[in-house]
Design a protein. Structure first.
Length: 239
């Protein structure tokens, strides 16, 4: 028989041993969790791609940021690290109409889609002249494969959609199909403006005409330095 005092001493002597095993178990679980988080953080499919560029002039020349990590802030102000990639590693896809195709340029291969990357093979331009988003929304797979013999599509990081802002037939279907095919890509809906699109407003915020007519009334060439100077004093609005 063990006296009550001895049983108490036995329980006390065994308690640290049980606590040791519990702490050891929690330590193993914690280490396993940290290891798994490390594996997932190194997986490219789970990282967020950030595209950063700084415009130096209006000719499409850009200076890419090449650092691999960027300090960001969460909604509560806590700094986090977001995985970034240099601009030279990104693959671009452009779908659009005549402007993206390069209509009106002496060399259509100088259009903006070809300026997105310094490597021509990293930028694919599938724009179609005088066409809206309906055609690519139906024939997307054929356009992506092109003349390739192998049924293997290119992976894209940035996708630009350039269509007249009133051409919506097929735009949502096209965007949805692109999002399914490239779930991690950045999709940009590019809205180009023309002089006939912008309204000129008076001091009472009433429409007095479009920008093109205002330029003609003041004998200003839209591509001139005087136009760029005078337009700063004009109140403009989207229709």
């Amino acid at each position: 028989m063990i006296s009550k005092d001895k049983r108490t001493m036995v329980q006390i002597s065994q308690r640290p041993k049980r606590l040791f095993y519990k702490e050891k178990s929690w330590l193993i679980v914690t280490c396993a969790f940290i290891l798994l988080m490390g594996l997932f953080s190194n997986n490219p499919s789970t990282t967020t791609t950030t595209v950063m560029k700084t415009a130096t002039n209006n000719k499409g020349d850009y200076t890419p940021h090449t650092n691999t990590q960027e300090a960001l802030l969460t909604t509560d102000g806590t700094p986090i690290l977001q995985q970034t990639r240099p601009l030279t590693d990104l693959k671009f896809l452009t779908l659009g109409s005549s402007v993206s195709w390069g209509a009106g340029l002496p060399n259509r291969y100088k259009a903006y889609p070809y300026l997105l990357s310094s490597n021509p093979s990293d930028s694919t331009n599938l724009a179609v002249r005088a066409a809206g988003p309906k055609y690519p929304s139906v024939c997307l797979q054929s356009m992506l494969l092109g003349d390739k013999k192998e049924e293997k599509e290119q992976e894209y990081d940035v996708i630009v959609l350039e269509y007249y802002f009133k051409s919506k037939d097929g735009l949502y279907d096209l965007t949805s199909r692109l999002r399914i095919r490239y779930p991690d890509a950045i999709i940009i809906l590019l809205r180009l403006w023309m002089p006939v699109h912008l309204l000129v407003m008076d001091e009472h915020n009433k429409e007095v005409g479009v920008l093109k007519d205002w330029a003609l009334q003041h004998s200003l060439d839209i591509h001139s330095h005087d136009f760029a100077t005078e337009i700063r004093h004009v109140q403009l609005a989207w229709p």
